[in-house]
Ligand binder design. Structure first.
Ligand SMILES: [Fe+2]
Length: 356
């Protein structure tokens, strides 16, 4: 049975959102809209570190007690990790009332005072409001740095965030990997969506500009989008080094847009960071790329490929943390699960993974 057949939504009554205390203490700056194309220019803290928190697949449903652990996880993680930037890689909600579901789960994020951005997932526009409406609603929340959709570029949540002040040392690309496409030759006609040519052109234009401004040297970059590349499954099948839980087959689009080749050609993106697979939270070191899943942050509304309780057992929501150090290649990353346990602490650099 296909994964999507397990995914059932439940519309529940609205519940009042609970505000989280303000947490911001970082040096990071967000100047939304600067030069019309950069969503935010961030900087390191005074100690030379920068912490990015990835939340993913919250599948939040307002009024549904199954979402309580998800909310608890988001609040607890924000309070403990105190990141400098938050990226939600999609499947934010999973039922009606859709805007209230979004508002509630993003309220602790918004009220933390920490800049945040989203890369929409395949379920985010399935509950009554269009992708554009959902995206506009999120952009209206305080702290969201996403810019309006770009004319001529597929999807909504395509954005660039830089790190390192006026001369960026790193670039974070956020891309909208869409929902689904029809494949005429398949019996069920279904495939997950893929990164389109217009998005690749948008990425290349930015990449070329950053490289030119850096004296012809590509600026180390990461790409965040919901649906993984096809090469993730290829790397697993090839037996590439993998750190973390791999309890679900990767579910990419049937269509390979060639995005990996673009990243390699431009020479800047060293890691792709996805959501989508709730039973995977690994880092895969395959060829000149790190393929990374976030830890599913969703609670009991999340259904799993390998059974309703999930291959990981009773689902324990969590988040993935990335830490960057000024002047140091690569990045450190780990998973933090509800309750505070840290798992998979590693240093990814130069196509290598060091266990920490
Ligand atoms: Fe999901």
């Amino acid at each position: 049975m296909k994964r999507r057949d397990f995914l059932k939504s439940t519309a529940m009554a609205t519940a009042a959102a609970v505000a989280a205390p303000a947490l911001s203490a970082c040096k990071s700056v967000s100047d939304k809209g600067v030069d019309g194309s950069i969503a935010a220019r961030m900087d390191y803290r005074d100690d030379g570190t920068f912490t990015l928190l990835q939340i993913t697949d919250t599948h939040f449903i307002s009024g549904d007690p199954r979402s309580d652990k998800c909310m608890e996880c988001v609040k607890e993680t924000l309070a403990e990790v105190r990141p400098d930037l938050i990226i939600h890689t999609g499947d934010i909600l999973f039922g009606r009332p859709e805007m209230e579901s979004i508002r509630e789960i993003l309220t602790p994020v918004s009220e933390s005072g920490i800049p945040f951005a989203v890369a929409l997932g395949n379920h985010d526009a399935e509950f009554g409001s269009s992708r554009e409406e959902v995206y506009a609603f999120i952009r209206g929340m305080k702290g969201c740095v996403n810019l309006p959709p770009k004319e001529g570029v597929y999807g909504c949540s395509n954005d660039v965030i830089t790190l390192g002040g006026e001369k960026p040392e790193r670039v974070f690309y956020l891309m909208d990997s869409g929902n689904s496409v029809e494949i005429k030759t398949r019996e069920d006609k279904f495939s997950y969506d893929y990164i389109r040519g217009s998005q690749i052109g948008w990425y290349r234009a930015h990449s070329e500009r950053f490289t030119a401004a850096n004296g012809g040297v590509p600026v180390p970059s990461m790409a965040f989008f919901h649906i993984p590349l096809r090469e993730t499954a290829e790397g697993v099948a090839a037996g590439a080094q993998l750190v973390g839980n791999n309890c679900e087959s990767s579910c990419p689009s049937d269509i390979n847009s060639g995005l990996l080749a673009q990243f390699l050609e431009m020479g800047d993106v060293e890691a792709v960071v996805n959501g989508h697979e709730h039973d995977c939270d690994y880092v895969l070191n395959y060829g000149p790329m790190f393929y990374i899943y976030g830890r599913c942050t969703g609670g009991g509304t999340v259904y799993y490929n390998l059974g309703a309780e999930g291959a990981l057992g009773t689902p324990i929501p969590g988040c993935r943390v990335f830490q960057f150090k000024k002047g140091e290649p690569g990045f450190r990353t780990w998973v933090r699960i509800l309750g505070g346990e840290i798992q998979q602490k590693i240093y990814c650099h130069d196509n290598k993974i060091d266990l920490l």
